[in-house]
Write a protein that binds this ligand. Sequence first.
Ligand code: ADQ
Length: 500
Amino acid sequence: MVQHHITAPLIVVSNRLPFVLQRNKDGELSRKPSAGGLVTAVAPVVVDCGGLWIGWSGLHTEEPLEFIPESDPDDKAPTAGLLSKQVIAVHIPEREFDDFYNGCCNGTFWPLFHSMPDRAVFKAHTWDAYCRVNKEFASRTLEALRKSAKELDDQERFETCPVVWIHDYQLLVAATTIRQVVEEEKLRCKLAFFLHIPFPSWDIMRLFPWDDEILQGMLACDMVGFHIEDYCLNFIDCCSRRLGCRVDRNNMLVELAGRTVHIKALPIGIPFDRFVQLAENTPRFLKLAESEKIILGVDRLDYTKGLVHRILAFERLLEKYPEHVEKVTLLQISVPSRTDVREYRQLKEEMDQLVGRINGRFSMPNWSPIRYIYGGVTQEQLAAFYRDSAVALVTPLRDGMNLVAKEYVACQIKEPGVLILSPFAGAGGMMHEALVVNPYEIDKAADTIHRALHMPLDEREVRMKQLRHREQQMDVNYWMNSFLASMGAVNNSDEADPLS
Ligand code: ADQ
């Protein structure tokens, strides 16, 4: 892996800051580290280049936060070196938050972008709140750009071009305001956007009444990144058909108002080595009967993850292949998510009932078919569960990439298990050595689990070796470096195709 040295300050703009802020009982604020791969890869670069991270603190406060605490001296998280002056907390008033986050982000864009338009709600007032919150993020970014320009002398100002990197579906139109003011005030910066979820086809996108504003918001950037080429092509198609832009599909370029926007597939990876280390150093948590095998599912409790279909496929396995009764257990770990949204509460109830019904139907005095954990587990536990499971079921109905599939293969450091993967996850188009199954085909999915449970060791080894090799090469640092190279923001960019 090539480590690049960034040549410009990086300003990351994301819905949440890279750590959680919490108050103790005396009202004092402190940082609690977040463990995600994105933070692991991006935070050290921001620290290194003296950049900034702009995001919501996660706290509902009446007034904007006056200061961000420094990290604790014993903090080992990748954000530990991020000084409080490098962090800008965006204030989202509580009355605005519900319409912005639960309403527009998760009630409209999440289902729409996952091609589930029947679940999407289109409301003018939530969209208005979304635009206002995006403008607030934009103003804070602009303040930072002005401040950094002021601190430089003329020569430095000429040479320094900060890279502003906006993340995800919560901030689709922030760049509109940034671009406009940057041009008016002649501030220097390059703007980039990365979408972590799928981008749907134009025929789905056009259902959203203000889709033109979304597209224009994204096109206000110099570069727009997606996980895979299919999403890039959907986006390009939308720009052509909805906005009438000139596009070049082969080179993935879109032209708007005389500006050329580069569209790029940047498949995200995981901190591979960290998962290997965790798998090597964590003791076994699972107590299994002799020859008992675990099939593992790990997800946020979200309707896009295909949980109900997965449980039904497991039930079908027990019906169709009774040899697995008392021999195989499904361990499903579902972390609570978006519990303020009705659809998520309904899914929780549906899962409780389904698991209860199937356990009632098949359980024996010393065995239950499904162990269901509704909660998060630590990364150590997760790595051990991955390592000790014979099969991982990663079967979303739709998913931008899916990191669980990658984390599972990283942790296969002993006798390898089998990854079963949905073709509707971004990862499905890349992890070719997995067993691919359409989650809607319950019967076929049961057959595939059966096949995985019987797969000979040599076949498992061949498949897993290749899967692990790819994830090790294309880990999250590789993703970060490809992004920087594509922005021309590094000085040794082997794979660079910098924007002019
Ligand atoms: P998510 O929809 O959250 O991410 P995913 O990519 O699978 O989906 O990442 C989930 C992360 O949460 C994984 O790192 C996993 O280890 C962790 N996790 C899940 N369940 C857990 C549990 N019960 N306990 C502890 N940890 C748990 C969005 C997009 C994805 C895209 C990522 C990154 O929806 O498609 O891959 O962003 O871009």
